[in-house]
Design a protein around this ligand. Structure first.
Ligand SMILES: [Cu+2]
Length: 275
């Protein structure tokens, strides 16, 4: 009963959930909607009663006593209890699970995402598993958008523009930052949304649970048909904000590793690259 009441979000036109925490978010949104439905209907009924009961014809003389019943007080207490349930029962535990308990898992996949007007730079640490250092003076909008130092740990790093690959069922930790203004990294299906703030590196973590191909099959016949997972910028960030769009490919472990190898080979082929 409790479960099915919370699942009202299935009928709210939300994008398909495809991360391990998406159901909890939807569940909370479902319960918020129940409160809103109750308030909407309750206030509507109250308004109609007021208009009928207190019209001028029925009340030629002002009544200075006012309402004597306690119904409104009980209703108010009911709303407070419901709101406390939403906040203490659902929101705070979920927030602490998603935002304050950083994962310590050893084989977590770490990625840096550097937002800029108007693209997403996706930085993988490469085979050594360590990110190279970056330097603002190395930034070149043509050849090195994140100012990566191509020595030491940075030799094998992979930097992609607007293309993020993720292995399915593996926890991902993204270090999100911005080069210029505030952007917002949004993966609607994963129920992930986080502002990218210049001067800050903000961690986000989640586990995608559905591969892109499975997703594509499931959205057949819907308005989204033919379009895979996308990264949207959810913060108006300039005149080309609308085209700040990235693509996410969630795939099997083997496919993901093959992609990494392909990118690594491509990097080696780039003869004496000067970045
Ligand atoms: Cu943006």
């Amino acid at each position: 009963m409790f479960e099915s009441l919370g699942n009202i979000s299935n009928y709210l036109g939300m994008p398909m959930g495809s991360s391990s925490h998406s159901q909890s978010i939807d569940f909370m949104i479902g319960w918020v909607h129940w409160l809103m439905i109750v308030l909407f209907v309750g206030w509507g009924i109250y308004l109609i009663i007021t208009v009928i009961k207190f019209n001028a014809k029925a009340n030629p003389k002002a009544n200075h006593k006012g309402v004597t019943s306690h119904i409104s007080q009980y209703a108010e207490i009911g709303v407070i209890v419901f709101e406390a349930f939403l906040l203490i029962g659902l929101s705070i535990p979920l927030y602490s699970q998603l935002k304050t308990t950083l994962p310590t898992d050893d084989d977590i996949l770490e990625i840096r995402v550097v937002a800029q007007q108007f693209a997403w730079n996706i930085h993988y640490p490469g085979a050594d598993g360590q990110f190279g250092t970056t330097d603002i003076y190395l930034v070149d909008e043509e050849s090195n958008r994140i100012g990566l130092k191509r020595d030491g740990y940075g030799t094998d790093d992979i930097v992609a523009i607007n293309q993020m690959h993720l292995p399915v069922d593996q926890q991902v930790l993204i270090h999100l930052s911005s080069k210029d203004v505030i952007h917002s990294f949004s993966l609607p299906e994963m129920r992930v949304k986080q502002d990218a703030v210049p001067g800050m590196t903000i961690p986000i973590y989640f586990t995608p649970t559905m591969t892109s191909s499975e997703f594509m099959t499931k959205i057949q016949g819907t308005a989204r048909e033919g379009k895979g997972y996308e990264i949207a910028c959810a913060q108006l960030c300039g005149n080309s904000h609308y085209r700040m769009k990235g693509y996410v490919t969630v795939e099997t472990d083997a496919e993901f590793n093959a992609w990494l190898e392909e990118e690594a080979e491509y990097l080696e082929d780039e003869d004496d690259d000067d970045w």
